[in-house]
Ligand binder design. Structure first.
Ligand SMILES: Cc1cc2nc3c(=O)[nH]c(=O)nc-3n(C[C@H](O)[C@H](O)[C@H](O)COP(=O)(O)OP(=O)(O)OC[C@H]3O[C@@H](n4cnc5c(N)ncnc54)[C@H](O)[C@@H]3O)c2cc1C
Length: 390
């Protein structure tokens, strides 16, 4: 078994690492200041400027196929890249990307939505969660009824990331009130100008999701994404992608945090010696290192399974999402503890990492939903521990 990276993977990693170090990390001080002042983060224009700079280094559309001008990276390479991006507090992501399910568009939608989204000329959000349907996506109430050549959508979505400035929402709505959830939903491409409205939800972290209200929004039949009745499958595919991307970013965050703890443990002295010499501190460093490394390889295995469309994919991504989310939160908490009182202040970024990382245990499938999925896979015999080894 070869755990070493290829030359190409090393090149990707070192180039994005130096980009993050030179271009993104210097913004952190200002970001912390904004967070204290009014909870604001990186602006749309700043993000765009950074994305265009990264494009000059060849970093544009990591998941986007080469024929669409992207890098066409496989999941393992994307995971390595997101581990580097996760090392900064700045919510930076590379440009040139589109929601994975937007590729299910037809030729007309491709020109109107997919290509401008990849180019960054329009921004999109994905809306499935509702006030009464989060984990339980079989309970969606947002409905779409056919009226002539149009569909009329009524309902309320909530916690939708990027909805506040999205030009386009991919909305999952119930199109057949009687069918089983697997065939009852359809995905619609809804432009803001068609009439949806959004309102911000204040969270404890940097993410600023929003409610998205659709009150009799009229959408042409040409804006159905994929097939009528295929919305549940598309929604699951959208959510599935996050199950190795989010853990990858969390691994990066945990690595950066652990580095801060190691540095501080060398310089902070108590009882006549650096705190690194106290066994209690060493154990926290050891536990965090063990979890970080296990998290890294679990995440890469989930990405590898996704690349191979391996039958263990569902289970490995549930394990990655569940364990990495928890370990990253535990590591952030220990790093705060190692810093003592200063760790609890807003002078240091640790408190912001603690708050930002916490959402990982909730969104894109909470801890409990990952456990439910994993138990289902094991109890049904679909997943046997170590099964990917043959
Ligand atoms: C910052 C943020 C961004 C988000 N972005 C998006 C987005 O872009 N698009 C989108 O559509 N949604 C988004 N979400 C919604 C997110 O996916 C849901 O919040 C999540 O799926 C949980 O749903 P819920 O909040 O309704 O909790 P609920 O489903 O009501 O769950 C409440 C509690 O019960 C537990 N639970 C539920 N069912 C079970 C079960 N069967 N067994 C055991 N325990 C169970 C849950 O784990 C949780 O602890 C976002 C949420 C947040 C916080």
């Amino acid at each position: 078994m070869d755990f070493s990276l290829t030359d190409e993977q090393r090149a990707i990693r070192s180039t994005i690492r130096s980009f993050v170090t030179k271009e993104v990390l210097p913004l952190e001080k200002e970001l912390l200041h904004r967070q204290q002042r009014d909870n604001s983060g990186i602006t749309h224009d700043e993000l765009r400027e950074l994305q265009l700079k990264a494009r000059k280094f060849g970093f544009w559309g990591p998941s986007t196929p080469v024929e669409y001008g992207g890098m066409g990276l496989d999941c393992v390479d994307q995971s390595l890249l997101h581990m580097e991006l996760g090392k900064t507090l700045v919510r930076f992501h590379l440009g040139g990307e589109a929601d994975n399910i937007l590729y299910d568009c037809d030729a007309e939608q491709r020109q109107k939505y997919l290509l401008p989204t990849i180019e960054g000329d329009i921004s999109s959000c994905f809306a499935v969660t509702e006030p009464d349907a989060g984990s339980d996506l079989t309970a969606l109430r947002t409905s779409a009824r056919q009226d002539g050549d149009d569909w009329v959508i009524d309902g309320e979505k909530t916690f939708i990331s990027h909805a506040l400035d999205a030009d386009l929402a991919i909305v999952i709505a119930r199109t057949d009130p009687d069918a089983n959830y697997r065939t009852a939903y359809t995905a619609f491409l809804v432009e803001r100008s068609m009439g949806f409205s959004t309102a911000p939800i204040v969270t404890m972290g940097q993410m600023q999701p929003a409610t998205l209200s659709l009150d009799g929004v009229r959408v042409p039949a040409a804006n159905v994404l994929g097939e009528v009745g295929d919305g549940f499958r598309l929604a699951m595919r959208w959510i599935g992608r996050g199950r190795y991307i989010q853990p990858s970013r969390a691994v990066g965050a945990a690595e950066r945090l652990l580095g801060m703890a190691v540095e501080y443990a060398h310089v902070r002295r108590t009882f006549g010696k650096p705190i690194k010499d106290h066994q209690a501190i060493q154990w926290m460093i050891a536990d965090s290192t063990a979890e970080l490394e296990a998290a890294r390889y679990m995440t890469l295995l989930a990405a590898w399974s996704a690349d191979h469309d391996d039958e263990t994919r569902v289970a490995t991504s549930a394990i990655a999402k569940l364990t990495v989310a928890n370990w990253a939160c535990d590591i952030a908490d220990r790093v705060l503890q190692i810093h003592g009182g200063i760790g609890y202040t807003q002078e240091l970024p640790i408190q912001l990492w603690v708050r930002d990382l916490r959402v990982l245990r909730i969104y894109e499938g909470s801890d409990e939903i990952q456990r439910r999925t994993l138990a289902g896979q094991v109890l049904s015999g679909r997943y046997k521990p170590g099964g990917h080894l043959g």
